[in-house]
Each structure stands twice: as C-alpha cells, then as structure tokens.
Design a protein around this ligand. Structure first.
Ligand SMILES: Cc1ncc(COP(=O)(O)O)c(C=O)c1O
Length: 412
C-alpha cells in the first residue's frame, strides 16, 4: 500500500516554517528561487562552525575534520546524482562555476566553431558559453522555443547541431514553465558530433531523480540552495573530461580532480550543510543503500508535488483572466507554474499576496530573458511564478486560490 506523505514531519524539518503566536505562518511558494533550508542542513552548518573550523590538509584535529566533512559531502552528492565523488567540484554558485568552466573549455574552441544554447534556459546556462564564443570568434546558435507549447524545438536539432558544434548547453528543466527537456535526445546528437554536452540541472535536482552516469552527460551543474541546503553550487564533470580540463589555477594548489576547479578556500560551512540537506531527502526514502534511499526519497517528493501541482494546474487553467505558460499534457513538468493576470501587473500581484496572505510568490523574468522577450511578458511586468516544494500543503494551495479569486474580483 502507498505510504501517505509525512507532511507534518516534513514541515517540522524546516525551522523557517515554524508557527507560534508571534509569527504569521510563512507560505513559501518560491522554491524555484531557492527553497527553505532543512533543519538538518542548518544544524550541520552550525556544528561545523561551533566544533571548530579550519583550512584543509593540516595535521591538527579541526583541519582533519574539515577534510573529512568535505570528502563526506562529495560522497553524499555522488549518491544523490549517481556520479563518482571525484567528479564533484564545489563553487560559489552555479553561475560562477559555469563561467569558470567556460574559461577552461576555451582551449577546445576555435574561430568558426559553433556553440549551441537554448531560448528556454536561464541565462546562467547561456551567457557563460556565449561569452566564450565571443572571446574565441565562435558562432552561437539557439535551439528555438516553441511559443505555443513552451518546449524546445528538438525536431530541428539536425540543423542546429552540426559537425562544427563543439559545445551544447541545455537545461534539464525550465525554472519558469517547469518544462522538462528530453536531454537524452540532445545528448545523442551533441556527442555524435563530438561536442561537450552541458546540462543545467539547477531547477531539476529538487524535483527529479538524477542519474549522471546513466545520462552520459559531460558536465552537470546544480545548486544546493534549490534543494533545501545552503547557498553553494556544484559541478559534476565526467572524470575523462575533468582529467584533461585545463583550468585556471594557482601554481601550488592541487592539480588533481576534483580539487583543480576549486579556487581559493571553499565555503566549508555550506559544504557541511549540504550533507544535512541530502540527509533530509534520504530520510524520506525507503530501506537500502544511501543511493537507493535518495532515489525513493526523490520519487516520494515528486509524487507528492505532482498531486499538489494538479490542483494548481486545474485551477489556473479554469480562470479566463489567467494566461498560463504550461506545456501540454504528456510532457513532463516540474511543479512550477508561470502565469500572467489580465489587467494586473505581475509585481503588483505578488506584492498584494505578500501583504494580504504573507505568501511568498515571485515575479519577473527569472533570468530566462530570451523566453521572456520572445513571449512578450515584459509588458505585464514579467511572469508571476508559483513553485512547490515538499513542505507545501493542500491548505496553502486553497489559500492561494482564494487569494487569486479575491485579487481578480477586486480588479473587475
Ligand atoms: C535553472 C537555473 N539555472 C541556473 C541558475 C543560477 O543558479 P545560481 O544562483 O546557483 O548561480 C538558476 C537560479 O535561479 C536557475 O533556476
């Protein structure tokens, strides 16, 4: 029998969601902007700090403990994403890692080569590669967005990816529309022409089980603050590519993978917190190895979020004043909804929700600015985005529905 989702236990795992007489309940619908942090992550950060911090590779206890914690974090990420611990490099955030990888990949790109990005992506998975192309005199090509379905036009891949293509960067899932892209289809084509295949999984990791090894992706990027952890980014780079990557680094710093990409002193406390964030997912899983627990934990999260997402989708789809930017049935989507309201500026709408309901809903282009321009949403003040996390509840969705109906009727 299917186990009910332990929503009360999950909510109790997030200190920011606690309710008491001095606090209005926080209704947080901006997971795609960054989730709340699991208590286990906050505690792991705090105990790293309060038990004594250090830099790496010393002979003294706090340094040895720091080395151990960082190794443990790489192991936890490896189980979450199914890669080798030595393929995991930490960095400030996904964007900074992407720029630094772009700089390293420059030695593989020559004038006249082609680099492929998409119209659907967050610009963090566009501009680092576009900048690289500019520096090297390479040509940038876009996989186009279908403005009716909010999916990428993968039927035209043969025209976009050619023998000249050296790098292809695609998002696993849109942080605006939630559209999940068939990255296997793009990977097959990219690798057939010998291009490096890069996937932005920042929005996907909190919602979909990931298997780096099976996916055959060369570089996968994600950020812990999108999956219940602290503000820190990760790059997973296949060992074969990582070994030969010519990184920019200090002469005395380690040359081996994964350390070679990590410049300067890392955010040790955030790396410690990441272990706690992954433990939160693991604790939702069934028996087995840590990888198996993480997989079943992620499947449980996805099933719960999908149930809630259906309620939002059918509601938003039923209101004539709402334009919903959602891919059709049959296309996998994360529980992330972008919409506009006829006659109401998106920023004013989110401010209204914040004031009346203490509800955190984001507005803007969410850095998916190519898509925002193509779809003409700037005229509305950008999109309104509501994104679910496993701590959201059916009651919160009812309140959102009530609020939206109120807001629209006040404007009529
Ligand atoms: C899909 C996607 N890619 C990349 C980023 C950038 O991540 P970071 O803030 O870690 O640089 C974001 C952040 O919102 C995102 O949603």
């Amino acid at each position: 029998m299917k186990q009910p989702f332990p929503i009360q236990q999950v909510r109790a795992s997030f200190p920011a969601l606690r309710e008491d007489k001095n606090r209005k309940p926080l209704i947080f619908f901006d997971g795609p902007g960054g989730t709340q942090m699991a208590g286990s992550a906050a505690e792991a950060m705090m105990s790293y700090i309060s038990d004594g911090m250090a830099n790496l590779h010393g002979t003294f206890p706090t340094s040895i403990r720091t080395d151990d914690i960082i190794a443990e974090a790489r192991g936890a990420v490896a189980d979450l994403l199914n890669c080798q611990p030595s393929e995991v490099a930490f960095g400030q955030n996904m964007t900074t890692l992407a720029f630094s990888i772009a700089r390293s990949l420059a030695s593989l790109i020559e004038e006249g080569d082609e680099i492929v990005v998409t119209e659907l992506d967050h610009r963090a998975n566009v501009d680092p590669w576009v900048t690289l192309a500019k520096d090297k005199g390479a040509v940038v090509k876009f996989i186009q967005l279908n403005p009716e379905t909010f999916t990428l036009d993968l039927d035209a891949l043969d025209e976009v990816i050619t023998d000249k293509t050296k790098l292809v960067a695609v998002g696993m899932s849109s942080n605006v529309t939630g559209t999940v892209t068939d990255i296997e289809k793009v990977r097959t084509k990219a690798q057939a022409v010998g291009a490096v295949f890069i996937v932005d999984a920042v929005h996907a990791v909190p919602h979909l089980p990931i298997d780096f090894k099976k996916s055959g992706v060369d570089i996968l990027l994600c950020s812990a603050y999108k999956f219940f952890g602290p503000h820190i980014g990760m790059a997973v780079i296949s060992a074969s590519l990582f070994e030969k990557l010519a990184v920019y680094k200090l002469k005395p710093a380690p040359q081996e993978i994964p350390y070679k990409l990590e410049t300067g002193t890392q955010n040790h406390e955030a790396i410690a917190g990441l272990i706690g964030a992954i433990a939160f997912i693991q604790n939702l899983g069934k028996d087995g190895t840590r990888r198996e627990k993480l997989l079943s934990g992620m499947q449980r999260i996805a099933a719960y979020e999908d149930e809630l997402a259906e309620k939002i989708e059918s509601f938003l789809g039923s209101i004539p004043e709402i334009k919903l930017y959602r891919a059709p049935k049959g296309i996998r989507k994360t529980p992330t909804f972008a919409f506009t309201i006829k006659g109401i500026n998106s920023r004013e709408a989110t401010a209204w929700f914040a004031q009346k309901y203490n509800m955190c809903i984001a507005d803007g282009d969410f850095y998916a600015s190519t898509m925002a321009e193509k779809l003409g949403v700037y005229a509305m003040g950008g999109w309104i985005r509501i994104g679910l996390a496993p701590y959201n509840t059916a009651e919160e969705i009812e309140l959102f529905k009530e609020g939206l109906q109120r807001l629209i009727s006040e404007q009529r």
